[in-house]
Design a binder for this molecule. Sequence first.
Ligand code: 13P
Length: 252
Amino acid sequence: MTKRRPLIAGNWKMHLDVASAAALAREVANKVSRARHCDIAVMPPHPLIPAVARVLDGSPIGYGAQDISAEEEGAFTGEVSARMLLSLGCTYAIVGHSERREYHLESDVLVHAKTVMALKAGLIPVVCVGEKLAERKAEKTLHRIRTQVETALKGLDDSVGRVVLAYEPIWAIGTGLTATPAQAEEVHEFIRGVVDSMYGAQVAEKIRILYGGSVKPDNASALMSEKDVDGALVGGASLTAESFAGIVNYGD
Ligand code: 13P
């Protein structure tokens, strides 16, 4: 069985400014650059990426964007293209975060188009899926997740192996309510099964599935010890170097 290399990524959401983002990147680099057991990345808001890049280029910490346009270029006011992000040195782009789905009405179909665009450009899409609390209560979690994963990954070529998936139950985001390790594992294992049914066991074994939703230093280790949890997408706790480092060093 392939050993998947974990990825711990910080989604900074709409926080910080040029100076504080550069300072946070510097502190994160100081605290986690020696970690060898996982890939590490931060996702600043678009305008702060160059300031973060200046600090992190040459370090083992990658960076990426929180969203990309599904379009290559053109009259799309306010949009940011994959090519622009690549030219800033980005490795990753979050796609289909639940806050984009909820506040910007992004559909499963749009998330698919963005995934295709990221892969085509050479970025690693971090494709987010997750159910609402009402869906969990109605026992529709797995149905919802299957639709999201199948639509996002539909008809991809060999580059599908580069996709990173992130299971982020919406009820656990920013609420302090974390999925238990068993709840997370149930969905992660299910997602891997969906990928297996679409692309076969080799791809399914290789693809990384991160967990996101109130990950903190004190719950990271238990979540990460589940067999299908291959890292974390961290919101609030990625905004201080101390707590982010506490998550990165979950095995210590
Ligand atoms: P929190 O860690 O703040 O719950 O956010 C999770 C998230 O949305 C990461 O993308």
